[in-house]
Design a protein around this ligand. Sequence first.
Ligand code: GAR
Length: 341
Amino acid sequence: MTNIAVFASGNGSNAVNLVKAFNAGTRIHVALCLTDRENAPVIEKMKELGVETIYFPRNVWKENPQAILEALRHRDIKVIALAGFLCFLNSEIVDAYEGRILNIHPSLLPAYGGKGMHGANVHKAVIEAGETKSGATVHVVTNEIDAGPIVVQREVAVLPDDTPESLEAKVHEVEYEIFPEAVVKTVATLTPPALPKSVDDVWAEALGVPNNVPKAPEVPDQPQSPTPQQQTPFQQQQTPFQQQQTPFQQQHRVEDAVRNHTNSMPPTYLVWSIVMTILCCTVPGIVAIIYSAQVSSKFYQGDIQGAQRASQRAEIWIIVSFVVGVLSNTLYLPLAIAGAF
Ligand code: GAR
């Protein structure tokens, strides 16, 4: 499970959308909402959705970023989503979560970004300038306003009869699509401290492709980067496997890969279990088959220890089946021969 936090100052329709997108059955969980406005409507909405919400006054955001960081660390927050958050983020917070804070902005950045450009102001400016297209952008937050690397951007058409309000409604619709996408993309690129295998190996493993089949086609060379942590998530290369998957599948695959990459699957002994069931003693053979089947299922659920236990038990029951089978045959044969005479 990856915990994320949303920061919001206003209505919070994007915050609500993220909670609805993730908190019912995905591996991403909106675990916390922080706000800088005591009476922000988002507070009530988060309460209804059961998301813990804390109000920190503006002076805390400005002068005591450690209090904010402490609240985030305490809840193991990995990614932050600014969903209509209108307070300037202290650089200590930006630095502590470098590459992991996303902001949604209601224009096609870099156009109509920067100081004073937020919410309705943006839509008014776009209409007044006679633009024929606008849109929404999710970008990584840096210490410069609205200037970090773009993660996802989507356009909407501006029609001659559009008003700032109608444009805002259209932009909100695309925001509800792209913000969850950008969060998934970011979570999917959170890397473990060290990957002992190549990215393609990890993907192949996560997809359940056996080691001995040909790997995916080579990805063109990318500029070398010393460690995964030094890259922003969007500088990291995509494999062809990733391109075939939905963002949610990608996230699950990465988490599975990360869980499994240091372990190879223990032996299932399935063939031996079946052989023993047929040739030796049936009941312990069937028990061995059940344990054999559990090895791969537990392994791919990430329960490595469970898979190892199942493998050991399958082995034990194979031996039991063999021993009981041999003993019963050696006892039965003389009796059968004696009975025949
Ligand atoms: C959104 O449109 C978001 O893009 C914008 O505020 C609105 C919040 O709506 N953010 C900015 O302007 C940041 N510069 P919401 O409260 O209904 O999610």
